[in-house]
Structure formats: C-alpha cells, structure tokens
Design a protein around this ligand. Sequence first.
Ligand SMILES: *[C@@H]1O[C@H](CO)[C@@H](O)[C@H](O)[C@H]1NC(C)=O
Ligand SMILES: *[C@@H]1O[C@H](CO)[C@@H](O)[C@H](O)[C@H]1NC(C)=O
Ligand SMILES: *[C@@H]1O[C@H](CO)[C@@H](O)[C@H](O)[C@H]1NC(C)=O
Length: 461
Amino acid sequence: MAVRHGVLSLVLLAVVLVVRVESGKNWALVVAGAKDYNNYFSQACSCHAYDTLRNNSIPKENIVYMSYDDVANDPENPVKGNIVNVAGGPNLYPGCKADYRKEEVTPEVFLKVLTGDKEGVKKLIGRDGKVIASGPDDHVFVYMIDHGGPGIFCFPGFVPLHNTDLNNAFKQMHREKRYKEMVVYLEACESGSMFEGILPKDIDIYAISSANAHESGWMCCYDTFRQVYVGSYFGNGWAYNTDTANLHKETLYQQYELMKKACNASGTVSHPTQYGNLSMNSEVLAQYQAKAEGYQPGVCVSTLEEVDNTLRSEFSFADIDLNNPAIDMVPIATAARRLIESRDLSGEKREELKAELRHMMLVKEKAESLTKDLVKAALFSPRGLTERDILAGKERVFNSECYKTALSLFSARCPGIDMGKYPFARRNLQAFINLCNHQPQTDVMNAILEVTEKYGICRAL
Ligand SMILES: *[C@@H]1O[C@H](CO)[C@@H](O)[C@H](O)[C@H]1NC(C)=O
Ligand SMILES: *[C@@H]1O[C@H](CO)[C@@H](O)[C@H](O)[C@H]1NC(C)=O
Ligand SMILES: *[C@@H]1O[C@H](CO)[C@@H](O)[C@H](O)[C@H]1NC(C)=O
C-alpha cells in the first residue's frame, strides 16, 4: 500500500512538474493609450487587466499601470469613480491605481519604465516612479490598448510610439538580460504593424496583436446607460478568459485560439496574429498572468458568452455598425448612437450632437482628399511608383525617420485634423509610410507644407 502510494505520488509529482511555472519573478506593464470619455474602452480594458493580474497575485510592486485616468471621474460619467468592462459588470476602478497619470503617460516614459530605467523616468517627470526592474530569470507580461495606426501605437492625444522604438527597446532589454521571456498583448487598429517584420524571433519575446497589420480592431459592449462602448472583443476576450480559466493548464496558444474566435463575431472580423518566438505557444498562462504560488483559478466575473450576447440587430450609421464599430470609428459611432437612442435629449443637445457628427464626417472626408492631394504633390518627380500604388500599397515602415518627421510636421501644420480626437483619420497614414519608403524625405515634407496650407480644415478647431 505504502509502495503504491509512493508510486502514485511520483506520478502526481511528475504531472505537477510538467505544468509548474518557472521560478523567477513576474512583472507586468499595463498601458491605456487613450483619454476622453468617448474612449472609455481603453481605460476599462486596461483597468480590468490590472485588476485581473493583481487578483492573480502578481504583487503590486511588480505591476506598473499607465493610464490618463480621466474616465472614472469624467463629468460625462453618470457613476463617478466607476469603471465597468461590460454593461452591468462590477466596478473595476477601486482595484486599479495608475502609477503614471495624465501628462506622464507618454511614449518616452513608457520606454524608460519598460527598460527599467529609473533615472530616465525621474529625468522626464521630476519624481521617482515604478519601473519594470526585472532580471535574467524573470517573466514579463505587457498589455497595451489604444486606437493605434500603421506602424504606431498612440499615447493620449496622438503622441505616437513608433514600432522601431518599441522593438529597439525589446532588443536592448534582451542584451541587458532584463527578462527570461516576455509576452506582449497589443490591442489597437493595425496592431500587427508594431511587430510584423520587425520583432526578432530569437530574443525570447512572444507577441499577439489584436488585428493584423492592415485592419481595424472591433468594439463590443455598448452601455446604453453610460452611453459609451465599455469593451472590445480582444480586450474583454482575453481578460474574461483569464478570469475563468485554469491558468496552470491553459497555454498561450489556447488563449490565442480563443482570441481569434472572440474577434470573429457579429460578422466583424479582425485577425489576432502571433509574432516572435512561437515555441513559447506551449507555455501556460500562469507563467505570465499569475504568480506561481498563491494563485487560485476560478475567480469568475463574467464570461465571453455574456459579452457575445450584446444586441445583434442591424443598426448602422454611414455604413458604421453601431453595435460593433471599428475601434477608430468610436467617436462617430458614439455620437450617432447617443443621437439615435436618447429620447430624452433636449433640442439643444440634439443640435449639438448633429453638428458634432457633421463635423466628424467632414474631417473624415477632408482627411481622405487631403491625403490624395498630398500623394500627388509628393510625386511631382515619381521614383517608379504611381499615385495608385502609393494610395493602395500596404508597405511596412522602412524609413522610420521620415515617417516620424512627417507625422510631427502634419500634426503641427494641421491641428484641425487632430488624429487623437479623430482616430479614423489615421487610416490615411499608410500613404505617409509608402511615400516615405519611395520618395526623398524633402519631397514628402514639402508636400505636407503645401497641402496643409491649402486645406482650410487644417486650421478649423
Ligand atoms: C478581484 O478580486 C476582487 C475581490 O475578490 C473582486 O471584487 C474583483 O471582482 C476581482 N476582479 C476581477 C477582474 O476578477
Ligand atoms: C524559442 O523559445 C524556446 C522556448 O523558450 C527556446 O528553447 C528557443 O531557443 C527559442 N528560439 C529562438 C530562435 O530563440
Ligand atoms: C469566422 O467565423 C465564421 C463562422 O463561424 C467562419 O466561417 C469563418 O471562417 C471565420 N473566419 C475567420 C477569419 O476565422
């Protein structure tokens, strides 16, 4: 009996060893890239992620949360100090305290935090701040959510983090042995463009983007009481799955498969994509999203199925699906829904919303025609490509310097098409990338100067 018991224990031990997560510390960095009440989803999904990671016993001192943190107490929020991630869901806000708020949420601070550069953070913000102080045995998990754009992930107010800078930071961390392995979940429109062809496969980093390099992500979960979209397919999908799964059994690959399913709902599809070292697919979630000891699976808040049950009927405005709009259409979709659904709006409020919608549609149209004119102007001596090639091309960023300069110049010269306020205008940025890949930088800059001068909308605020 004792012998059999011993054999059984050995077998059990072997099983336990297989799924046991490695030693070393867990670190996590969670980033909300958007501000304003309209962009509720960004702070809701990130707050949920922070809450979940904390509940899964990743210690507070090992998690850094960056969020502009204006949504919970925004005047438009009908429940102050409250953030939900699904209509009727629990208040997540008390659990998530941002380590960097308001103007501190920038790409520069983010890169210093990620690379564990405490001095660098202090230089930037004038105070000590928490950083990912990880070492060679540690596992790092990063979750970021925002509107995005081709080759960029934006911080509050359209301050872009470029894919080149993000990947250089990864490479630096690898050289400095700042992690054993790292997993990055990045949620934004065109989020694949942050990794595609640029994240090395041999630096022990594994990434999942919520959409491929050329498509939008999708929103879910409109809350008629709060009058905003409170969640997204990818963000809600992974966090609710993590809340309910056995993290010592479920693998990164299994969660990836679930994300693909979650992002293929209601006829709107984005394609979550994997990058980096795909051998890491077989690792269990607990390795990244929970500390090895002390974690109890099964804290259930809500399920993906509940998320899925949101209104399904045909409901659109200007070809935008108002139940599941593309992430970058959120400002238009939100205004349209408020106008359509709120019976008790005053006449004045109604006119205000109509004017706001009209203006956004105008910005959208002007941003498109401006881009066409910009391409024409920049191609006055074409280097082999036609206007059509540039406008339709889906190239990667090969000239990051030019793209960076072009974005700054455009933002400075055309505040009327503020891509923080009007994320849908970012769809045109692919043409900037293509131009920068083929034309001399001076031609691109001169074209920006020329067309922004011509377009009155650039000066409309
Ligand atoms: C975290 O735990 C608290 C306390 O048990 C709970 O109220 C909250 O809903 C949990 N959050 C998540 C996201 O599971
Ligand atoms: C990928 O990760 C696996 C598992 O951690 C590791 O054994 C392998 O060497 C890595 N591959 C490369 C190319 O770095
Ligand atoms: C999305 O789901 C539909 C129906 O389940 C399926 O036929 C289709 O192949 C899926 N598309 C993708 C890209 O996974």
